[in-house]
Write a protein that binds this ligand. Structure first.
Ligand code: SF4
Length: 61
């Protein structure tokens, strides 16, 4: 499974990821929590690429 990390110091809380893939990205308080098993790798890569701040990153093996 693809692994996605979220950097709280970089996130600008735009909400793009939450709107694009709410089954994967959700808020817990002001933290973005990620369930990378809830969508296809392609959909997740697309959402990560649309993050305006670069807070989301895919950890490649
Ligand atoms: S899309 Fe990026 S900047 Fe916007 S809330 Fe998600 S992680 Fe934060």
């Amino acid at each position: 499974m693809i692994k996605v990390t979220w950097d709280e110091d970089v996130c600008i809380q735009s909400g793009d990821c939450l709107g694009l893939l709410p089954e994967v990205f959700r808020l817990e308080g002001d933290r973005v929590v990620i369930d990378a098993s809830a969508a296809t790798e392609g959909a997740i890569r697309d959402a990560v690429s649309r993050c305006p701040s670069g807070a989301l990153r895919i950890e490649e093996d």
